[in-house]
Design a protein around this ligand. Structure first.
Ligand code: PEP
Ligand code: MN
Length: 362
């Protein structure tokens, strides 16, 4: 509960600990009126904790709107004073950090195009040495977890105590459904690597459009993310950047109200008993699957031996096609998707090839 006697630091700590943490605001700060009206309408929703706005915009092509720069920082400070919303901006250089701190920005974030560049991350990190401010780091634009982890380590090394992650999806040639493919297994792996570190989802940059925002936000909640960063604008269609993906503060409220919030744990005894019974059954099935896979590979070893004796290649494309066709038919009847069958059999097939390779070359 916010109280009048709380100082800025305490207020920010409270936000940092809040679940879910909701961050919203325009892709870019455009004018003072736009920032203040957006902030006011966001505060009126009663559901938003922090105001975001891009001040310096890393644009793909020259000539696109590159942000208002430092002149926009007083607008954010003013919006904070009027609404009580804490503020957060993207920083990519030491100068950005210095400017943002001067205008009492409460939290900083590193954008996807910064995380991808260790020189830039290090420069920002050095500027943060000895500064007590929370920092979120977006995933790099490419699906490289080492770069993402490396960025976190650079921030930890200079002494930033509160580091969090933002999942904004991964770009690749030919992305169609999403602007940036979510590749959910990657943020899940980051959660495993950095237990307890806040992980926020940015559905706006994953989707690139308004229609899928809610379903992507729901998916992140179902995966136990700690909050959301969603772009909002008083006149989305006429936004100076990312017009297609922004929503009005009122639409944001509708979306947030429509989400089903779940918690990771419960103390409800019936639920715990039912869950542990089902998990026990899953463990049994997993054990059986592993035993069967072990047996399958023993058969591959035997086949490898025959192929070696008869000087036959390991890979026979027709056989591989037959295996997949059989699996698709069987899998469909069992409710397994084609996508899963391909991934699973690919993995089994590669393991089998490795086994045969070992036998052949021994
Ligand atoms: C942004 O949040 O406006 C932004 C530039 O995002 P990203 O770094 O994810 O591209
Ligand atoms: Mn944007």
């Amino acid at each position: 509960m916010q109280t009048a006697s709380m100082n800025t630091k305490e207020r920010m700590q409270e936000k940092w600990d809040k679940r879910p943490l909701i961050i919203s605001g325009p892709c870019s700060a455009e004018t003072e009126e736009q920032v203040i009206e957006t902030a006011t309408r966001l505060a009126n929703t009663g559901k938003v904790d922090m105001l975001r706005a891009g001040i310096w915009k890393p644009r793909t092509k020259p000539g696109m709107f590159e942000g208002k720069g430092v002149v926009a920082l007083p607008w954010l400070l003013q919006a904070k004073k009027i609404t009580g919303l804490s503020t957060t901006v993207e920083v990519a250089t030491a100068k950005h950090v210095e400017d943002a701190l001067q205008f009492e920005v409460d939290m900083l974030w590193l954008g996807a195009r910064t995380t991808v560049n260790p020189f830039s991350v290090q420069e920002v990190a050095e500027a943060l040495r000895g500064v007590d401010i929370p920092v979120l780091i977006k995933n790099p634009i490419n699906p490289d977890l080492e770069l993402w982890s490396g960025g976190i380590e650079r921030l930890h090394k200079v002494g930033v105590k509160q580091v969090g992650m933002i999942h904004r999806g991964f770009s690749s040639y030919g992305n169609t459904e999403f602007r940036n493919a979510p590749m959910w297994h990657l943020p899940i792996e980051m959660k495993r690597r950095f237990p307890g570190m806040p992980l926020i989802c940015d559905p706006s940059h994953i989707c690139g459009n308004r229609t899928m925002l809610q379903s992507v936000a729901q998916k992140s909640i179902d995966l136990d993310f700690d909050g959301l960063m969603i772009e909002s604008h008083i006149d989305p269609d006429n936004a100076w950047s990312d017009a297609k993906q922004q929503v009005t503060p009122e639409r944001l409220l509708e979306m947030l109200t429509g989400l089903v919030w779940r918690s990771e744990n419960t103390t409800e005894p019936e639920f715990i008993t039912a869950l542990s019974t089902l998990r026990e059954q899953i463990n049994q099935v997993d054990d059986e699957l592993l035993t069967l896979l072990g047996q399958r590979m023993k058969l591959s070893d035997k086949i490898g031996q025959y192929k070696k004796e008869n000087n036959i290649t390991i890979l026979q494309t027709n056989r591989w096609n037959d295996i997949l066709e059989r699996a698709f038919k069987k899998g469909e009847a069992l409710g397994l998707t084609k996508e899963f069958i391909v991934k699973y059999f690919d993995a089994v097939h590669m393991e089998s090839i490795q086994h045969q390779n070992k036998v052949m070359n021994s």
